[in-house]
Every structure is written in C-alpha cells, then in structure tokens.
Design a protein around this ligand. Structure first.
Ligand code: HPA
Length: 268
C-alpha cells in the first residue's frame, strides 16, 4: 500500500512540475464551485492518475486542481470517494495520503450534512469541532509506521487554533457560523427519524456520509485539519432527504464557505 501511495505521489509530482502544495482541500457535495476560485496551474483528472479510484456520484467531478489562493499553493480535490460507493477505506483515504506525500501541511475539508441540532437551519455553515465515527476505521490493518503511530491520538482532531481563526474571520466578514459534532455514518440511506434522534442523543449535531475517514488518516500523519459542513437539511424535521436539495443548498452556502476558506488560507 505504502509503495502504491509513493508511486502515485511521484507520478503527480512529475506531472505538476513538483508543485508541492501547502494546503490540501477536499470539496464536498455541491461545493465543487470553489475550485473555480483557484488560480489553477495544473489539473489532473482522477482517471489519469495511476492508483486513484474514480468518483461515481452525481455532482462530484473527479479531478485534482493544483494552483494558488491568495498566493498560497493549494491542491483541491474536486470530488471525493465515499465508502458507500463500494470503495475500501484504503481507497477512500488514498488521495489524502498522496497529498501528504506531496507536502501538504494543512487539510481543509468540506461536506454536506443533515442538521440534528435543533437550533440549526438549512444553509447554515457548521464548523466541525469533533466527530463520532460510525464507519469502519480506515486505520484497521497493518500500521504504516512511516506515516504515523499505531494508536493515533484524536484529541484536538479539528485544530483549535484554526477554529479560533475561523471565528474571527466570520465575525469580520459577517458570516454566521454554527459549531458542532459531525457523525459519520456509511450511508447511502439518509437516516431514519429514530436514527437522527439516536445521533442527537449520543452527542451529534450533524449527520453525514464522508469526511471522517479522511480526517482520521490526516491526523494519523499529524496533519492539522479544518472542517466545515453545510447543513443542507434538518434531520429532525418531517422532510425527506433529497440529493438534489443537498446539492442546491451546498452551492448556495458554498459562496460563504469560499470566503471563509480563502481568508483562512491567506492568513495561515
Ligand atoms: N444524513 C446523512 N448525510 C447527509 C445528510 C443527512 O441528513 N444530508 C446531507 N448529507
């Protein structure tokens, strides 16, 4: 596995003139438009990268964009891999490990989720302060000691300092923020009403189907993480979950998320 990761990283480095990004960004459902705000220098389709899986979900493009935001070198994943698509966790998290080998020092993640906290509204941005993992742990199996420890610490999983900076920026920019715990389930079903109540009871504020595996793998490699979730539906309401609605809400909130990410990256 480690050899494959290294091989892919070497391929990507060669294909991008050894670009060496500082920040890795994962763009979730409906948030792909953010990629247009990157001054792109190199774009690689996942299908052209040896070792990369190929994204199957509607609304997810599949490419890596290398470029600059406010002068800082970033690599953005436009489209991610989900466990519910049938990929093993090693594949879901493969790009994060490759990005680390390419040099990233921060990982910014975004996703769409269903709000469980009754004070949340559709379209809110939630800063992820912690998570509860209800998927298989991506670190199960032989430990890649070259990348990180057997038993990684998960305190401060979402970097406190980055969260504090986001709070300041949001105040300056007039962006309303919520804060909360992201519960990562496998999907692909949206939760039953009883499951949303269960997620709330165990301490969750929002429910989603991604992010947690990538964050665990990033923390294994000691990469600081900043995570934002767009609340696209309210789980405890009577409304049914709907993928098109999720995409629409994601795109709307994506404008505010883009301001937040841009300002954060400028000030790293
Ligand atoms: N549950 C799980 N994942 C989601 C939801 C939800 O309600 N909304 C958007 N992604």
């Amino acid at each position: 596995m480690l050899e494959e990761i290294k091989k892919t990283a070497a391929f990507v480095a060669a294909a991008t003139g050894d670009f060496r990004p500082e920040v890795g960004i994962i763009l979730g459902t409906g948030l792909g438009d953010f990629a247009d705000t990157i001054e792109a220098e190199y774009t690689l389709e996942y299908k052209d990268i040896p070792g990369f899986p190929v994204s199957t979900v509607e609304g997810h493009k599949g490419r890596l964009i290398f470029g600059r935001i406010e002068g800082r070198k970033v690599v953005a994943m436009q489209g991610r891999f989900h466990y519910y698509e049938g990929y093993p966790m090693s594949q879901v998290t493969f790009p994060v490990r490759v990005m680390k080998l390419l040099g990233i020092r921060y990982l910014f993640v975004s996703n769409a989720s269903g709000g469980i906290n009754p004070s949340f509204r559709t379209g809110d941005l939630m800063i992820i302060t912690d998570h509860i993992n209800l998927m298989p742990n991506p670190l199960i199996g032989p430990n890649m000691a070259e990348l990180g420890p057997r038993f990684p610490d998960m305190h401060n999983c979402y970097d406190r300092e980055l969260i504090a900076r986001a709070t300041k920026i949001a105040e300056t920019e007039g962006i309303k923020l919520q804060y909360g715990v992201y519960v990562g389930g496998t999907g692909p079903t949206f939760e039953t009403q009883a499951e949303y109540r269960y997620f709330k009871a165990i301490g969750g504020d929002a429910a989603g189907m991604s992010t947690v595996p990538e964050v665990i793998v990033a923390r294994h490699m000691s990469v600081p993480v900043f995570g934002v979730s767009v609340i696209t539906n309210c789980g405890l309401s009577d409304e049914a979950g709907d993928h098109e609605d999720v995409q629409r809400q994601g795109r709307k909130a994506g404008v505010r998320m883009a301001v937040l990410f841009r300002e954060m990256i400028k000030n790293l």
